[in-house]
Design a protein around this ligand. Structure first.
Ligand code: NAI
Ligand code: 15L
Length: 265
């Protein structure tokens, strides 16, 4: 593995941050972990920086001396447009500005399947398929993807845009049998993102090698990422959940996010 001088992981106290923290430490890079929430004690090669991403003045010091950012911090579910815009749009812009000014070279942007959540489950998508966001949250991730492209084209900052499916210790419902991504597959993807000589600004769907697949990653084969895990380990456990195709939560890839009035009604 190529040696990154220092990796910053935002959102380190969240679900994904907690799942990959140990594995990241074992990769041997210097790691700066950051969140607004408590991260406990630093261990081994870790350093901890408590930071609110909406505090613009704190962002340059946060990213300073890092050559890679794994950006997992922010609002991870549907919420009011006001909150989503403040954290996932305004603060994201300021984070990219801080990265540009401090010379950060590579960013992993934790995008989401909710950028394409209004495609039906029968539709097979590639990185080039049209966006169809299913929520305020999904729209904020579309903004993030566009911003990443701008900073690549204009400033040469490379971003791996990962449209994560469902990254949890295990699938939590029948839909997640298709969308689930393991922590180890996420760590392998991070390894590929650090190692690949020329990253650019590709979109990859963050999903394990599940039996049911909606997303085709052939456009990003050059990353060398081959998911090893599968939701098959839990085969059958959700077979009794109803599959009513008139229910938007079943019909669309975004599941419950695609229901009318999901948050603000
Ligand atoms: P999470 O909600 O568990 O973690 C997000 C973290 O961001 C939290 O620890 C929270 O304290 C932190 N955060 C929120 N606002 C902040 C602020 N103003 N300043 C600093 N930190 C702040 O989310 P999770 O599941 O770990 O997801 C991580 C990222 O991946 C998110 O951007 C999410 O949108 C994205 N994602 C996650 C998926 C999943 O299945 N877990 C699926 C698709 C995308
Ligand atoms: C996401 O984008 C969310 O962050 C996560 O909590 C799950 O809801 C996931 O998508 C999903 O679609 O399962």
């Amino acid at each position: 593995m190529r040696k990154a001088n220092r990796i910053l992981m935002t959102g380190a106290a969240g679900t994904i941050g907690q799942m990959i923290r140990e594995g990241l430490r074992e990769m041997g890079h210097a790691i700066r972990l950051s969140d607004i929430a408590d991260l406990g004690e630093a261990q081994g090669n870790e350093e901890i920086v408590t930071c609110d991403l909406t505090d613009t003045d704190a962002l340059r010091p946060l990213v300073r001396d890092c050559d890679v950012i794994l950006h997992f911090g922010g609002i991870s579910k549907e919420n009011t447009a006001e909150l989503i815009h403040r954290v996932n749009i305004d603060a994201l812009y300021q984070l990219y500005e801080a990265a540009r000014k401090e010379g950060v070279k590579r960013i992993l942007f934790a995008s989401s399947n909710h950028t394409i959540g209004f495609h039906t489950r029968e539709t097979r998508l590639t990185a080039s398929s049209p966006i169809r966001p299913d929520s305020n949250y999904g729209v904020s991730k579309v903004y993030g993807e566009a911003l990443a492209n701008l900073y690549w084209d204009k400033y040469g900052i490379e971003t791996l845009i990962v449209r994560i499916g469902s990254c949890f210790p295990k699938p939590l419902d029948r839909r997640m049998m298709a969308t689930w991504m393991s922590a180890d597959d996420m760590l392998r993807l991070i390894g590929c993102m650090i190692d690949v000589p020329r990253l650019g600004c590709p979109v990859v769907y963050g999903v394990s090698a599940n039996r049911e697949q909606w997303w085709d990653n052939s456009e990003t084969a050059y990353l060398g990422w081959i998911p090893q895990d599968s939701s098959d380990a839990w085969a059958g456990i959700y077979d009794d959940q109803p599959q009513d195709l008139t229910d938007p939560a079943v019909k669309y890839q975004g599941g419950g996010f695609a229901k009318a009035g999901h948050f603000e009604d």
